[in-house]
Design a protein around this ligand. Structure first.
Ligand SMILES: *[C@@H]1O[C@H](CO)[C@@H](O)[C@H](O)[C@H]1NC(C)=O
Ligand SMILES: *[C@@H]1O[C@H](CO)[C@@H](O)[C@H](O)[C@H]1NC(C)=O
Ligand SMILES: *[C@@H]1O[C@H](CO)[C@@H](O)[C@H](O)[C@H]1NC(C)=O
Ligand SMILES: *[C@@H]1O[C@H](CO)[C@@H](O)[C@H](O)[C@H]1NC(C)=O
Ligand SMILES: *[C@@H]1O[C@H](CO)[C@@H](O)[C@H](O)[C@H]1NC(C)=O
Ligand SMILES: *[C@@H]1O[C@H](CO)[C@@H](O)[C@H](O)[C@H]1NC(C)=O
Ligand SMILES: *[C@@H]1O[C@H](CO)[C@@H](O)[C@H](O)[C@H]1NC(C)=O
Length: 243
């Protein structure tokens, strides 16, 4: 799968390059200094409680080249209670953190990765929010939109030259057991489902955030797995893999 990684390296981080489904998002308008916050909502009500899939949205910042991403990874129930892992990472060299959920490095390269497993009702929609909390420091939070309970996933600081969040990037559905560099069999992709909602921002001057497309990653398992993309109010419902 190295072939696809090298041809697509310019447009996505290594793990995203191996994602079976990609999406794109964009705002119609953002202010010149970029966004100070962005929210990507996800509904995972029909996602099996198994480890393997990562539902993510990436974002770029002014004046630095590498993306950050945030999203959710379903987990196996613990003592009959459902839990999920929230992720919030930066691939930018020079990103710093002292948050207990975070560690240096991201997907084997520079950056900072934050992850936190928390009790989660899969029937509730989650807002994954990225918010500037001063200077170039950003906080990632998972908010249960039914209970309003907010779980801090992590906090990291980008290099001092970095600015606000840019107006467009990619999202993806990744089956990460396949990131081991070995050949994989598309017929064995487990089923999952996620609704990805249009991005929103409270930053003054931001409007028209939308998921602009959803598509199977070319050449990975395109046309070899069940896949559907259905428009639902405020977003896209994505099904992929075999029951
Ligand atoms: C990251 O930055 C450090 C310090 O500036 C530098 O030594 C290192 O080579 C950089 N690493 C990468 C992968 O760019
Ligand atoms: C809110 O979330 C935290 C962290 O996930 C959890 O420990 C706590 O029990 C939750 N509180 C409520 C009222 O659900
Ligand atoms: C922002 O930077 C200033 C100057 O270095 C510092 O005093 C302040 O504590 C920083 N604020 C945050 C939230 O990091
Ligand atoms: C979740 O995000 C939506 C869209 O930005 C917002 O309207 C809603 O108030 C948020 N919910 C919570 C609980 O933060
Ligand atoms: C981004 O870089 C430009 C050109 O170097 C600089 O003028 C601008 O102030 C930088 N933005 C931020 C937020 O530091
Ligand atoms: C791929 O998996 C399917 C379903 O388990 C199996 O029938 C098929 O033989 C596998 N193909 C290869 C090349 O291993
Ligand atoms: C997927 O496709 C197979 C045939 O290739 C079919 O049997 C199955 O019902 C489809 N749906 C799901 C959700 O797996």
């Amino acid at each position: 799968m190295k072939l696809f990684a090298s041809t697509l390296l310019a447009s996505c981080v290594p793990s995203a390059c191996l994602a079976v489904v990609h999406s794109t998002w964009a705002f119609d308008k953002i202010p010149p200094a970029g966004l100070r916050d962005i929210t990507f909502a996800f509904n995972v009500a029909n996602a099996p409680h198994r480890v393997g899939f990562y539902f993510a949205q990436q974002f770029n910042f002014q004046n630095i080249s590498k993306v950050g991403y945030t999203g959710l990874q379903p987990q196996v129930d613990v003592n009959g209670n459902s839990v999920i892992r929230g992720v919030f990472s930066s691939f930018q060299n020079g990103t710093t953190t002292n948050h207990p959920n975070c560690r240096p490095g991201a997907d084997g390269g520079p950056g900072v990765s934050c992850g936190f497993i928390f009790p989660a009702n899969y029937n509730h929609k989650f807002n994954m929010t990225v918010q500037n909390i001063g200077n170039t420091t950003w906080r990632g939070t998972a908010v249960d939109t039914v209970t309003n309970n907010a779980t801090e996933i992590g906090v990291w600081t980008l290099p001092p030259t970095s600015g606000g969040i840019l107006d467009s990037q990619l999202g993806f559905v990744e089956y990460f057991p396949w990131n081991n560099g070995k050949p994989h069999n598309c017929s064995t992709l487990p089923f999952t489902e996620v609704t990805m909602f249009n991005p929103t921002s409270k930053t003054t001057g931001a409007s028209g955030g939308k998921i602009t497309s959803v598509y199977e990653q070319p050449n990975l398992c395109e046309h070899l797995v069940n896949f559907s993309d259905t428009l639902v109010p405020g977003g896209h419902d994505i099904k992929v893999g075999f029951l």
